[in-house]
Design a protein around this ligand. Structure first.
Ligand code: SAH
Ligand code: SF4
Length: 347
């Protein structure tokens, strides 16, 4: 099988080229080409000798997944479906903000974590995405922005909050982060690139060492008892260990870890749970992001009333902790948090 060069970091591309007896700078040239949404084969890489392009086509590809679904929400959010080379489908979500776009990126087809309130979790785990498949979501989103005439605002922020648990696909995730933030390539800012995790402690610590970016933790409950019922992974990594890994996580000046908290009516939205949440977070630089549950007929929870959400938020705020309520976007097209599930999957 031909190697897909989108799976390689800049250093790996340079090595690949020197391995072919070519100078390393050929790798840098290709790396730059691969940041352009219209590039799908070597023929357009006009600064490479023709003979080299022909040779590369024989042993390598730069193929992209196919954009097979474009759903536009009334609020401007777009859900994009990508068909991968083996027929699997993943989704990513392009979210308009005032002066930029944010892309919500997937890292797996399905997810093995089985959180009770999440549709992706119900779908089960199919497979990890390759590095190239992760990076390609950015390219196809940019391609979509151009073809829809909305490229006036830049795609500036990346959140790894799509399908899958990013840290369960650690190797490919870190390579994708290296590619996407490289100054000679896509050049996304590390502080504007957020990895969201259900709390896989060894991988949080590994990311802290190897390639720290902004971190979001899906907490969703202030004690292990309730949390284990909602998130089975709690049995492997209890709250104390997750919070210790957060305490040790390197942050730039003024930066905070995002604590995500899905509000489930009558389950984790009681005032005492807000107070308990603040207690366990004490001493960690965090901002709490409350996500009112996005309902689905297959999911056994309810969204709390607005006043209940506001009460929960006010308790946290009154303790001096930053708390925001996430406005769910793309609800009407199944693009909001926890609603992603590949319905097009062929196999
Ligand atoms: N696996 C990672 C990232 C993907 S999920 C994680 O769990 O952090 C992104 C966010 O959506 C998580 O905080 C998740 O808990 C939340 N989420 C899942 N299902 C949801 C639902 N039905 N309503 C609202 N948020 C949900
Ligand atoms: Fe997986 Fe995150 Fe959904 Fe849990 S919430 S099942 S970790 S995608």
């Amino acid at each position: 099988m031909r190697i897909n060069l989108r799976d390689l970091t800049l250093e790996e591309l340079e090595e690949f080229m020197t391995g072919l007896g070519e100078p390393a700078y050929r790798g840098r040239q290709i790396f730059r080409w691969l940041t352009r949404p219209e590039v799908e084969d070597f023929s357009v890489m006009t600064d490479l000798p023709k003979s080299l392009r022909a040779r590369l086509s024989g042993i390598a590809t730069v193929a992209l997944p196919q954009l097979v679904e474009r759903k536009l929400s009334t609020d401007g959010t777009a859900k994009l479906g990508l068909r991968l080379s083996d027929g699997e489908v993943v989704e990513c979500v392009l979210i308009p903000e005032r002066d930029h776009f944010t892309l919500c990126v997937s890292t797996q087809v399905g997810c093995a974590m089985g959180c009770r309130f999440c549709l992706t979790g119900r779908m089960g785990f199919r497979r990890n995405l390759s590095t190239g498949e992760i990076v390609s979501q950015v390219l196809l989103a940019r391609h979509f922005m151009e073809e829809s005439g909305i490229a006036d605002r830049p795609l500036r922020n990346l959140v790894f909050m799509g399908m899958g648990e990013p840290l369960a696909n650690y190797r490919h995730l870190v390579k994708a982060l290296k590619i996407l933030t490289h100054p000679q390539g896509f050049h996304f800012a590390r502080k504007r690139t957020t990895v969201s995790t259900v709390g896989l402690v060894p991988q949080i610590r590994a990311l802290a060492e190897e390639f720290p970016v902004a971190l979001a933790i899906s907490l969703h409950a202030p004690d292990n008892d309730l949390r284990s019922r909602l998130i089975p992974a709690t049995r492997r990594y209890p709250l104390e260990e997750i919070l210790a890994a957060c305490r040790d996580y390197p942050l730039r000046r003024g930066a905070r870890i995002t604590v995500e908290y899905v509000l489930l009516s009558g389950v984790n939205d009681h005032p005492w749970q807000a107070r308990r949440l603040v207690e366990i977070l004490r001493g960690i630089p965090v901002k709490v992001n409350l996500i009112p549950f996005n309902p689905h007929p297959e999911l056994p929870f309810k969204r709390p009333s607005e006043s209940r959400v506001r009460r929960f938020q006010e308790i946290i705020l009154s303790e001096g902790v930053v708390a925001t309520v996430r406005k769910s976007k793309g609800l009407d097209i199944g693009a909001a948090c926890g609603q992603l599930r590949a319905e097009l999957s062929l196999s």
